[in-house]
Design a binder for this molecule. Sequence first.
Ligand code: NAD
Length: 471
Amino acid sequence: MSAQANFFDQVTQYFTEAAKFTTYPEGLLEQIRVCNSVYRFDFPLRRTGGKIEVIRAWRVQHSHHKTPVKGGIRCSPDLYEEEVMALAALMTYKCAIVDVPFGGAKGGIKIEPKDYTAEELERITRRYAHELAKKNFLGPGIDVPAPDYGTGEREMAWIADTYAALNPGQLDALGCVTGKPVTQGGVRGRKEATGRGLYFAVREACNEANQMKGLGLSTGLDGKRIIVQGLGNVGYHAAKFCREGGGILIAIAEREGAITNPNGLNEEEVFQHRKATGSILNFPGSTNIADSAAALELECDILIPAALEGVFTAENAPRIQAKIILEGANGPTTPEADPIFRQKGILVIPDIYGNAGGVTVSYFEWLKNLSHVRFGRLEKRHEMANEMAVLKLIEKTTGKTFTEAERTAFAHGPDEQDLVNSGLEETMITAFHDLLRTQRDHPGIPDLRIAAFVNAIHKVARSYAEMGIFP
Ligand code: NAD
């Protein structure tokens, strides 16, 4: 069985380990752990040349303790049921950890998007949305998908449009999916949110002087050497924000191989090079590494897996030299690799906390769709006027005159992007300190992942208690 084949079992293993630090009855833990609904379906696609192909797809709703349920849609040729179930379960725990009021879900279509034209992908996505709507598996108060591996803003726009067409006049229709383009009801900052959230998470960890001392590292992100696997949405943005925050991107690994440069790479330049040549290899000034996975074993301070699950196993974990692993992907570390990382003293910032920035900002997008108003629209001018008044008062009392640049920097009033980023930052910082507190309060908890699962179990259990299902 491949690492992916038992992904749901792996999540269950983490859950079971964490459950030992709680005192809930077995039946309640079982209810929290299982997937509430698993919907698998097939539909036909007439390809451009006329051939009929059967497309297999899923939507899994892991937990109805809160509704709507929420989670991305993955397109991958290797996709199968337990993978979608695992990802849906992780969504439940993730939402609980960052206090986003959704149950977890996940969807998937078993295709390699690169093998289809844009027109075919549109037909597949619209049909997928239609099938979900038919079974009441889609809607702003029911189930709200988002992008994941192999999908992005374009697919989310197709889903929103399909749902709106099926529900004419439904005022909140756009809230049926998040990760949409801004022009189609999206929110500024969603596309980069997962990467930005990862940056906030690792920055917070690096600011913990004691933790850093234990790892033999200086406090702060400045000068830390970073390797990223996967230059897609999550990897690109995590690399960008960590580099802008003072880190040095020394290697990037993609499907076709890896490149390294100890003096630092720029993710945008590498992205443009890949777009132009079809590969990250032969990027000017860098050294090629033919075996992409070997790049993860290079010496570095922060290693960011941001491609797929099952990357770290008992086989390669002993060779990992990073001090910190920042999990951008879902499930990159198998339960066999985790104890090896603990023993090596590697700090793992787990997926269910680290990559929760995406769902956090998706929540903001959903709120925007339901309120039908752009964040900041009502208060921006008002706040700007207040800030201007403060500046004038300072000028009057001190005799100092601010330059125009200083005025604009201070008194601009928050716009949507400012508010979204600030809400995300607050969420990631608060959740990080919750994890540290849980670890401190339970000396037996071995790492942040188990602390995160413990926090998630408590929050979901509390929900059931509030419903009267559990005293
Ligand atoms: P994406 O499709 O935008 O990018 C994935 C990248 O990984 C691609 O560039 C792909 O070529 C690369 N890749 C695939 N196999 C690889 C390999 N063996 N080695 C190196 N690179 C490889 O996907 P994404 O949205 O960035 O998602 C990546 C991961 O992050 C997934 O595990 C996903 O579940 C998780 N995630 C995504 C979001 C989100 O908001 N998109 C949120 C939370 C978690």
